[in-house]
Ligand binder design. Structure first.
Ligand code: IPE
Ligand code: IPE
Ligand code: MG
Length: 252
């Protein structure tokens, strides 16, 4: 790379996390019920999983239901629960055949027992797969996740399993739902909203963010590739300074 050039040759991120937003507005703009937006949103999810595999992404995390989404009308909440169930039941065989490893992050305690069994089954069935890791954030809230991790640390400390003075970044990371996943390098949010809405607060400490006006049901290969291209243009510093120009050629 020539002196002073931006890190334009950087490769795609290994872990992409997406806040899939705008289903309701997509429907509203067309005079359709919000549910239709969610249905079309599921199509976009399927498409995005295929594209992520194709593009060589290692981990794809999709925010599909937040701990705050329980505030929505009961009918919408049950529709979204049903949609997850439908997705797992209908797509599991295909995902497994495509070598996808499914994970669900978030709290399982408030899920109906049948839904909980279903997500556990999806994880067990795809555990041995070696392709894309698909982490679905369902009943997920980052504060809730951190609180659960803190509770575990407190219990471990009280039981003498960990010295409070030894609690560090790694000790907390190890107790998060994402403990065995790398941090996302790129977080995409659709629908034009520019907030994080309680998603991966800890893990996204140094992520790059791409906000696109595209509504989630319209998120396609071109929109995905555009976000990746924006990521590749970013200069990541991690608190340091820009990489010095490579002078090895000049001084040789
Ligand atoms: C995203 O779309 C799906 C979920 C949050 C479950 P929304 O339902 O939030 O759509 P808008 O933001 O109302 O358009
Ligand atoms: C974030 O979207 C949650 C998901 C995409 C699952 P919301 O639509 O719930 O977020 P807010 O309410 O606009 O912040
Ligand atoms: Mg929304």
């Amino acid at each position: 790379m020539s002196s002073g050039q931006r890190d334009a040759g950087v490769s795609n991120p290994a872990h992409v996390a997406i806040i899939m937003d705008g289903n309701g507005r997509w429907a509203q703009m067309r005079g359709l019920p919000r549910q239709e937006g969610h249905r079309r949103g599921l199509e976009a999810l399927r498409r995005t999983v295929r594209n992520a595999s194709d593009l060589g992404i290692a981990v794809l995390t999709l925010y599909s239901f937040s701990t705050e989404n329980w505030r929505r009308p009961h009918a919408e909440v049950s529709f979204l629960m049903g949609l997850l169930k439908h997705f797992v039941e209908k797509d599991l065989a295909e995902l497994s055949a495509a070598n996808v490893q499914v994970r669900i992050i978030g709290s399982r305690l408030d899920l109906a027992p049948d839904l909980r069994r279903l997500v556990e089954h999806a994880e067990t069935r795809t555990r041995g797969n070696t392709g894309l890791i698909l982490a679905i954030a369902f009943n997920y809230g980052s504060r809730d996740e951190i609180v659960r991790a803190a509770r575990q640390l407190a219990a471990d400390a009280a039981a003498g399993r960990i010295d409070p003075a030894a609690i560090d970044d790694a000790a907390l990371t190890a107790r998060l739902d994402t403990h065995d996943l790398p941090d996302p390098e790129l977080v995409i949010r659709t629908s034009g909203e520019t907030r994080i809405s309680n998603f991966l607060l800890w893990q996204a400490a140094y992520a790059e963010f791409v906000f696109t006006p595209v509504m989630w049901p319209d998120f396609d290969r071109a929109a995905f590739e555009d976000a990746l291209a924006q990521y590749r243009q970013r200069e990541r510093r991690f608190g340091g300074v820009a990489a010095p120009p490579d002078r090895s050629v000049d001084v040789a």
